[in-house]
Design a protein around this ligand. Structure first.
Ligand code: SF4
Length: 237
């Protein structure tokens, strides 16, 4: 069985969530059931781009490619798109057999049993600014969460652009208080790097100030997207 791989890169650092700042390799898979308005990975979402650019690789070929990258990290992040659309069970086991920690990022729209085998499950539901927030998304997230007790180290990570997003994130925190919540100040796409970073800085400062005043968010971590600060919106780093 082959898997549609859009990018394999590293060493770099994870820019978001509980492993922010940790050296990592990334494997990005093609295919997504969402179309977020601010998606920064449309090359892994748009079917025509995936058809044109994805490499179809077996789990063994992916492990080999990762192990031939310059050495350093022992963390592999499986990303997308939505990697939970695929059967990555064999890949997860092969990477872990090779001594790697495996983290996966998914929006929580579809459960797969292999998600229970990773070292870190980052669930990243999408707030109103994505145009994907709906009662259906919340129902799918609830169904997903009913399985999450089987997964080690699950966390919620929500990108926040504005006040409506922050209120939506606070409601998800209230729905799922057992999971640590990481908020990421959102990055605007399609702008020159200096403007992207200046807007990210202003949004991060705003988000810190808002969260710091709220007793319902006192256990939450607030981060900027660190990879954007370091590399702008360049792909493959
Ligand atoms: S879920 Fe992620 S990859 Fe899919 S469209 Fe939204 S931001 Fe892009």
């Amino acid at each position: 069985m082959t898997l549609p791989v859009v990018e394999i890169f590293g060493p770099t650092v994870q820019g978001e969530g509980p492993d922010a700042g940790t050296p990592a390799y990334f494997v990005r898979f093609g295919g997504c059931d969402y179309r977020c308005s601010w998606c920064d990975s449309m090359h892994a979402v748009d079917p025509a781009e995936i058809r044109a650019n994805a490499e179809h690789m077996t789990a063994e070929q992916i492990v080999q490619r990762v192990t031939h990258l310059p050495s350093g990290p022992n963390l592999v992040v499986l990303s997308g798109g939505n990697p939970a659309l695929l059967d990555l069970g064999a890949l997860v086991l092969a990477l872990r057999r090779d001594g790697m920690r495996v983290a996966v990022e998914t929006q929580g729209s579809r459960w797969r049993d292999w998600l229970a085998d990773v070292d870190r499950l980052v669930i990243s539901p999408k707030p109103p600014s994505s145009d994907m927030a709906s009662p259906d998304q919340i129902a799918a997230l609830r169904a997903f969460m009913s399985k999450v007790t089987f997964a080690p180290a699950p966390v919620l990570k929500i990108v926040v652009f504005d006040q409506a997003d922050l209120e939506w994130a606070a409601a998800r925190h209230c729905d799922h208080p057992q999971l640590p919540l990481f908020l990421s100040a959102g990055t605007d796409v399609g702008l020159p790097d200096n403007e992207t970073i200046s807007r990210l800085r202003a949004r991060y400062r705003w988000l810190c100030e808002m969260v710091a005043r709220r007793s319902d968010l006192r256990a939450v971590s607030v981060l900027p997207q660190l990879h954007v600060i370091a590399w702008g919106t360049t792909k493959g780093v």
